[in-house]
Design a protein around this ligand. Structure first.
Ligand SMILES: Nc1ncnc2c1ncn2[C@@H]1O[C@H](COP(=O)(O)OP(=O)(O)O)[C@@H](O)[C@H]1O
Ligand SMILES: N[C@@H](CCOP(=O)(O)O)C(=O)O
Length: 318
């Protein structure tokens, strides 16, 4: 939708000399970005994505960029941040934080089949394992604390039945987060927003996960639940598609077997994954940021998913 900070080839002539990327040959704004100014950049060394960060700060960005670098170094398919000759991956362009990352081939698969879900499940498990020794820590900033803080803000906008559902679910999630099962869940860096539009495919071959700017440290199962709630559902009803669900979970389990605690936590975690995006969409819908230029996502989509998960519990995990 937008390039907020324009960049021309002339702007890059001098700036790019800090990298071993040769001369800049072409730059093209990416219109679909909503948070940042993104560009496809071609240099003598190949094709890249240049991002100027419009909201994230120099203090916040190292967690995300270092995580992508860490994962890329361990053969997880993610954009690899490109370092300059000083080894730095966070740069300044037009006075704002900027990065150059490798360009993923392909396009998003918005009508996934089991084969695509299996590829996502396997790569997600690989990503969780590879993140285990990542040294930086940042909590999931859209986790329980944020849900608890946001619920009273959005409650007044909801009709009675929505208020009832939200109160009951936040109460259930707060109790679940205090349980022994919850504390036994394996955790580490997670993507936390692995929707269909954040994964690239070339045909049936997954070429990478991107958009790590909701990443944080949380339970791995929460990441699986968020992913399942987008990749393995009928988008109209929110109902789980069992063939896609089975494909994603089996492929994940083959790389990183689920634990007993995860089996017990699966049902509340699927509800947690739905609650998180219901809340963020409610917040963006009723309290849009100043000068927000976007049409907010429909919150009722995730209310429907939450009701589906409560009324039609998913099959048990492996
Ligand atoms: N590393 C990458 N490789 C290929 N395409 C990318 C890459 N990063 C972003 N894109 C493209 O740019 C678009 C916008 O990126 P996104 O991260 O969603 O931006 P924003 O954070 O501003 O919403 C994506 O939909 C995708 O088409
Ligand atoms: N996936 C979230 C919105 C996050 O925005 P993104 O386009 O940067 O992934 C939702 O659907 O609510």
């Amino acid at each position: 939708m937008a390039v907020f900070t324009p960049v021309s080839l002339d702007d890059l002539t001098q700036w790019i000399t800090q990298f071993d990327l040769g001369k800049p040959l072409a730059i093209k704004g990416i219109s679909s970005g909503i948070e940042n100014s993104n560009f496809f950049l071609t240099t003598e060394a190949g094709e890249f994505v240049l991002t100027i960060f419009e909201k994230l700060t120099f203090e916040q960005l190292p967690f995300y960029l270092q995580l992508m670098r860490h994962l890329a170094d361990r053969s997880v398919l993610v954009p690899a941040p490109v370092a300059n000759r000083q080894g730095e991956i966070l740069h300044t362009l037009h006075g704002k934080p900027a990065s150059i990352v490798t360009k993923l081939k392909g396009a998003s698969q918005l009508s996934p089949k089991p084969v695509h879900c299996a590829a996502v499940g396997a790569m997600l498990a690989k990503m969780h394992i590879a993140g285990q020794d990542f040294p930086l820590h940042q909590p999931n900033l859209r986790g329980l604390d944020w849900w608890l803080a946001t619920t009273p803000t959005v409650l007044p906008y909801l009709p009675q039945d929505g208020q009832h559902l939200l109160r009951a679910e936040i109460h259930a999630q707060d109790a679940f987060a205090g349980s022994a099962v919850y504390h036994a869940l394996p955790r580490g860096p997670i993507h936390a927003d692995l929707f269909r539009n954040n994964v690239m495919f070339e045909g049936d071959r997954l070429t990478g996960f991107f958009d790590f700017y909701f990443a944080g440290c949380d339970t791995w199962l929460f990441d699986v639940a968020v992913t399942v709630n987008d990749w393995c559902i009928d988008l109209d009803s929110g109902a789980l598609d069992l063939a896609r669900l089975q494909a994603l979970l089996a492929a994940y389990h083959a790389v990183r077997p689920f634990t007993e605690a995860e089996r017990e936590a699966w049902q509340p975690m699927l509800q947690a994954g739905a609650l998180r995006f219901w809340l963020s969409r409610l917040y963006d819908f009723y309290l849009p940021r100043e000068a927000e230029m976007l049409t907010p996502h429909d919150p009722s989509h995730f209310e429907r998913i939450l009701r589906q998960r409560i009324n039609n519990p998913a099959p048990a995990l492996f």
